[in-house]
Ligand binder design. Structure first.
Ligand code: BGC
Length: 439
């Protein structure tokens, strides 16, 4: 007799990556220019050839399929498709056709990202997403994709609409290194509008494609704080960063937007792509918010990114998306940067337990994508953080299959987590309902 934690039939087991982070040799976008500035990237790294996935995609997909994954989330690099204003590069269209064909050939369901942090240099020179009138250029890019890639089954419109505004326009750690609350607000609103544009354009040409946003929801721990003032401040931040998105996607509500966009935004996601990594803990001095930590004060165990590990936050987030969004959910990113693969194995298991629990509590979670398929370029942190199921030797580009990739593959194959595996990591499923006993 054996016991296992089972997942729904047809569950997608995949891993995620983004074009710029893995492809290599992208020299025509804002990140490429940003990396030339001394001191902005840890250890002075530059993305350069990265994991060379642009050339090695075929063997990478084969490898991931051999590890029982049945889905991949990857992306298209805007600056390759539209290298200059109004110029479409046919060779690059062909390249991405081959990439998608290879995914299909390997029986990997494709989730294709339209925007994942990078913008072409020409678009950046025009003011990027800071200027409302520039949205027409993004619309053109979406039309090119919609017309040229009818074969894509799942599209992700904008990866994390809040991250570029936050990191690039409020904190200044990403390009274009601005530190302005008003710029943050404008860019965030334009990113949400850009999602509406992408959704409508793809649906116009390919009504059968499934199109959805991808949003990171850090778990705002102190929402449940007892001190009223703090609770209010954290809830206000949560409203601005997270709730705004739900209201836009479902009701077309976004403060001060023109009527046309309301219609574009209302019901503009066929599914919700949820990214989850860590809890967030807001700091106060004399009652005034002074910033936040990406871990709880009591947490010593942190990842290479300095983030705390808090699997319960994933459960809470899924249940929130269930309540607010009321549609299918894919976990589009969840992962850990660590040099210790055992830690990665435990991280995956403990988060999958929470996914399973949310499913048994009625959430319609249809798939899970570990971040990341391969070690890759971690933005301003350079190459140091190791997120991959597959390790990369950056000097030789050799792929090293980690034990976590095999463990994840076993779970994918069985569509279940065995009791032995939970025991090995001293984990207990907090709920019994989905533990099945089989002979
Ligand atoms: C982003 C990825 C990034 C990961 C880890 C996510 O928010 O979508 O591009 O690598 O976080 O930082």
């Amino acid at each position: 007799m054996s016991e296992k934690l089972v997942f729904p039939e047809d569950f997608l087991w995949g891993s995620a990556q983004s074009a710029y982070q893995v492809e290599g040799n992208n020299c025509n976008n804002d990140w490429y220019e940003f990396e030339q500035i001394p001191g902005v990237i840890k250890n002075g790294d530059r993305c350069g050839e990265s994991s060379d996935h642009y050339n090695l995609y075929e063997s990478d997909f084969k490898l991931l399929r051999s590890l029982n994954q049945n889905a991949i989330r990857t992306g298209i690099e805007w600056s390759r498709i539209v290298p200059e204003e109004n110029v479409v590069n046919e060779d690059e269209l062909e390249h991405y056709h081959r990439v998608i064909e290879s995914l299909k050939k390997n029986n990997l369901t494709e989730f294709i990202n339209i925007f994942h942090f990078t913008i072409p240099i020409w678009f950046e020179r025009k003011g990027g997403f800071l200027k409302n009138k520039n949205l027409k250029y993004f619309q053109h890019y979406c039309e090119v994709l919609a017309k040229n890639f009818p074969e894509v089954e799942f599209w992700n419109t904008i990866n994390e609409p809040g991250v570029v505004p936050l990191m690039g326009y409020l904190y200044g750690d990403f390009p274009p290194r601005r530190k302005s609350l008003s710029a943050f607000t404008k860019v965030y609103r334009n990113m949400i509008k850009a999602h509406g544009i992408a959704y409508r354009k793809i649906k116009e040409h390919n009504p059968k494609s499934q199109v959805g946003i991808v949003k990171t929801i850090p778990y705002f721990y102190q929402k449940y704080h007892r001190k009223l003032w703090k609770k209010w401040v954290v809830s206000a931040m949560d409203f601005a960063y997270n709730q705004v998105m739900f209201d836009a996607l479902k009701k077309g509500k976004l403060p001060f937007i023109p009527f046309a966009y309301k219609n574009w935004l209302r019901d503009s996601s066929d599914f919700f792509g949820l990214n989850y990594y860590n809890p967030v803990y807001f700091k106060f001095k004399f009652g005034i918010p002074t910033g936040f930590d990406s871990k709880l004060p009591s947490q010593n165990q942190i990842t290479q990114m300095g983030w705390g590990i808090y699997p319960q936050g994933l459960y809470e987030d899924i249940m929130r998306v269930k309540r607010e969004f009321k549609g299918p959910i894919y976990i589009t990113e969840n992962g850990i940067a660590t040099l210790h693969d055992e830690e990665r194995q435990k991280f995956i298991l403990s988060h999958l337990i929470e996914v399973n629990k949310a499913i048994s509590d009625g959430a319609d979670v249809k798939g899970f994508f570990y971040w990341s398929s391969l070690d890759n370029w971690e933005w301003a942190e350079g190459f140091e953080p190791r997120f991959g199921l597959i390790g990369i030797d950056y000097a030789t580009k050799e792929r090293l299959v980690r034990e976590s990739a095999r463990m994840y593959g076993k779970i994918a194959k069985n569509n279940a987590i065995s009791k032995q595996l939970l025991d090995k990591f001293e984990l207990v499923a907090p709920h019994k309902s989905k533990i099945q006993q089989t002979d």
